[in-house]
Design a protein around this ligand. Structure first.
Ligand code: CMC
Length: 429
């Protein structure tokens, strides 16, 4: 399987260590360092900057050139020609569905949208003012307590049922988090609506009057789902894989992924963008510049949220598509003059022109625009990351399924120990 090999010479060792090199279908080669342990060495790579943690055929990112492919298809082509449900099928199964496969998959998702009635009681255990992501971590994990009939992860059928349940029920749970938070009744899903329309209905509909989803919003929401669906081995997906490597059930693994997503350096960034725009507040040029200067000051922890990405060092291809959708939604709402949007646009412009950001290749990422769109559609900021979690569920479960299908060893990293060497417990006087 090794196409080439690397040789590692270590001072004090007589012989070089041979390390096989493997090539993927595209992207950098990887050096297999597993043999190093035999020579008594570990590799050291905090933050996994240079480490491929697994083999995968789902998503490919070329950060230098701003390329994102799902199963080989570029994200902009998918966003333009496909929809979230078809993308879910593609990510999970590897190929685009035929018309018949699509109809079957879509109908299975539609028919699994309702959650066990007892889950409504489960919600009642939470404080109403709890952050919806806190509730999401709990209720997603609790699904394993409600749907334990198909939890034999060695069975392909069971894994598929769990994947369908997760994709179908996450919007219902997400909307329930919102309704619980604001004290409105939960809305049962409506299976005559599309995936995105149904989510908007469960969020914004009430039993008191008819709710007709705005088609521009439904399209924007579907785009948001698609653009967040998967992103190879990011922090939350790696968390799902690590949890899954122990044999934990998929609902527990997804709950772990939701927790990892919550952080502001990851999925929490879309919420942090709006918090930052509020903190900036005044849309005058001097004030905006003051915050930009703060972001450039190494002594100041302030960062421009929604800018920068570990992998994309040119532009974020998702941000390009999201920007178009952002313009569509703002146009529909006639919101071009909103002060926060003015700040956002100015920040975007400064970041694209300022040497500090250019040198460090800090461009607006997907979360910069998704936060703006969601706010414009009336979604409260504390729901932004919940929507990201809903959308990323298919990515998480596809990676989990791939990992189990390919066979997995428990994930167990080692460390560079810098604590106390062995010492004796002091004698008691
Ligand atoms: N504002 C100001 N400076 C920044 C920013 C920013 N948003 N991001 C990075 N930098 C600077 C950083 O201070 C460092 O400068 P220097 O070399 O002078 O010390 C340089 O750029 C490299 O930064 P880094 O922290 O080493 O980069 P990283 O790859 O470890 O972090 C990141 C990537 C996304 C966590 C970071 O850019 C960031 O915190 N961005 C804001 C949060 C955000 O928008 N996250 C969403 C990412 S996209 C969605 C997702 O993956 O969930």
């Amino acid at each position: 399987m090794a196409d080439k090999k690397a040789q590692l010479t270590i001072e004090g060792l007589d012989e070089a260590i041979d390390l096989p090199i493997y090539s993927g279908t595209t992207g950098p080669d990887v050096i297999d360092v597993r043999g190093l342990i035999n020579a008594g060495y570990f590799t050291y790579d905090p933050g996994f900057v240079s480490t491929a943690s697994c083999e995968s055929g789902i998503t490919y990112i070329d950060g230098a050139n701003g390329i994102l492919l799902h199963r080989g298809y570029p994200i902009d082509q998918l966003a333009k020609n496909s929809n979230h449900i078809e993308l879910c099928y593609l990510l999970l199964n590897g190929e685009l569905p035929t018309a018949e496969q699509y109809a079957d998959f879509e109908s299975r998702i539609r028919n699994h949208t309702m959650v066990h009635e007892q889950i409504a009681n489960f919600f009642k255990g939470f404080r109403r003012d709890a952050h919806p992501m806190a509730v999401m971590c709990g209720v997603a994990g609790a699904l394993s307590a409600f749907y334990h009939d198909n939890l034999d992860i060695t069975q392909e059928y069971d894994r598929q049922v769990s994947a369908i349940r997760l994709v179908a029920k996450m919007p219902t749970l997400a909307a329930m988090c919102y309704k619980y938070n604001i004290g409105q009744p939960f809305m049962y899903p409506r299976n005559d609506l599309s995936y995105a329309e149904n989510f908007l209905y469960m969020m914004f509909g009430t039993p008191c009057e008819e709710y007709v989803p705005n088609p521009v919003f439904a399209k924007a929401m579907d785009r948001i789902f698609m653009l967040h669906a998967d992103h190879e081995q990011n922090a939350s997906t790696s968390t799902v894989r690590l949890a899954g490597s122990t044999g934990a059930n998929p609902f527990a693994c997804i709950s772990a992924g939701i927790a990892a997503l919550w952080g502001p350096a990851h999925g929490g960034a879309n919420e942090a963008v709006l918090a930052m725009l509020s903190e900036i507040g005044d849309d005058s040029e001097e004030n905006i510049q003051r915050f930009v200067d703060r972001a450039k000051d190494r002594e100041d922890p302030f960062r421009l949220m929604g800018f920068g990405h570990r992998v994309y060092r040119n532009f974020d291809p998702r941000a390009k598509v999201m920007k178009e959708t952002c313009d569509e939604v703002l146009g529909e709402l006639g919101l071009g003059d909103d002060p926060q949007l003015k700040i956002a646009k100015r920040l975007e412009q400064i970041a694209l022109e300022d040497d500090f950001f250019i040198e460090r290749k800090l461009y607006p990422n997907v979360d910069f625009y998704s936060g703006i769109i969601l706010k414009a559609m009336g979604v409260p900021t504390n729901m932004f990351t919940v929507i990201f979690a809903m959308a990323r569920t298919i990515g998480w479960v596809s990676h989990w399924n791939e990992m189990i299908t390919n066979g997995v060893r428990i994930g167990r990293p080692r460390q560079l120990y810098t604590g106390q060497p062995q010492r004796d417990y002091p004698e008691k006087k």
